[in-house]
Ligand binder design. Sequence first.
Ligand code: GLN
Length: 476
Amino acid sequence: MFSYSSIDAYHALLLAGQVSCRQVVEHYLQAICAKKHLNAFVDVYAEEALQKADELDLQRRQGKPIKSLHGVVVALKDVIAYNKHRLTAASKILKNFHSIYSATVVKKLLQEEVIIIGNCNCDEFAMGSTNENSFYGPVLNAAAETCVPGGSSGGSAVAVQAGLCMISLGSDTGGSVRQPADFCGIVGLKPTYGRISRHGLVAFASSFDSIGLFAKNVHDIAKVLSVIAGPDEFDSTVSQKNVEDYTKTPISNKKFRFAYFQETLQHPVLDSEISSSLQLTIKNLMHDGHTIEPAHFEYLDYIVPAYYVLTTAEASSNLARYDGVRFGYRTEESVDDLTEFYTTNRSEGFGKEVKRRIMLGSFVLSTGYYDAYFTKAQQVRRLVVEKIESVFKNYDFILMPTAPSTAFMLGKKITDPVAVYLSDIFTVTANLTGCPAISLPLFKHSNGLPFGLQLLANRFNELSLLQVSKQLLQHS
Ligand code: GLN
């Protein structure tokens, strides 16, 4: 039976003829079938994946050299466009929408010979932290099936966690890769804003959205990032900076400078066991010869409100296109005029959380409230950016929890959206500032569930972030 550990080990097996891509795809299709109740996938491309596997097997037999992601079985979050495949953002409003082009990330992955096995369930339009806001129903956490997997990229996280693919892509606007990675006990990276093209990513809040990666180890993430990062003529916000080889081996025993914010570790929302595990890690890092010092983050309690004002404002504008004319679901009710047509399409097509955000976003942008909310939140964002930049003048990384608690029971917070919003307190800083951040599966709680540690680095410092992550995971 095939058992996956890393891309490199898998390639060694393929090249030694010990396994074929077809066998591997069959293995994953069986696993997806056996774990169907987890609800991680929206669509599974079984026939296509097998066909691609046969093509790759033939190429290898003919002696063609393999590309860096040859035969790697990948799943996409249902917000990433793949030509001629369904793209629904887990929303009724896009129920029957098929993409007419592929996202830049998808093209880059295919050039390196991946096998795309399906698209994954998520919160509708990537809005949420539990995956309970999906048109397709919730995803179950494979570590405890009565618990949420986190969100919004819950399906992508569970697909990796439960061994239903090797690598998956998600999107992270305020924590949607790192928090489900934390809840599922896997690695989740949100790269620098602008490191990866957003062309073909369904827009939620365009100045925050980043495509992110899930894997079981850091080296796999580094390999995939090296492929999907970089300039793109279809996204003017993407950086022109050269893409480094993110797999480069770190200088062994390199010593780093870490900062941590007292306010995060002492925050009343933080589970005390998570806090003490992080404090122990701080001691261990010090003991290993790293510099690790406390710093202050006086804006901690302002970042969630600022994030929700700005992202809902951007979302209300981005989602205006789903009106049943240009895009989206059309009502079957008979309507009298165009306004009623739009209203009915949108009322029937969007779920509750998306509607809540569109209304909030329209409110904070409305005349009379614009300065009090939108302008104010932008000012907070600027202060947070300046603060974090000042910290990175003296430190390489900022250490934080990823989430205030471990995964909780399905349904527990569904009626309290504000409580769910507040649980984004440790993840939104990286999105407000555009910094890269990673969640590393280092711990297990006494309740039996995994949780992670989050590290933030300065913009475009993915290489050192991945290198230190490898060190931390090796020593754990
Ligand atoms: N939980 C956050 C929200 O609901 C983050 C979402 C995301 O990163 N896509 O907005």
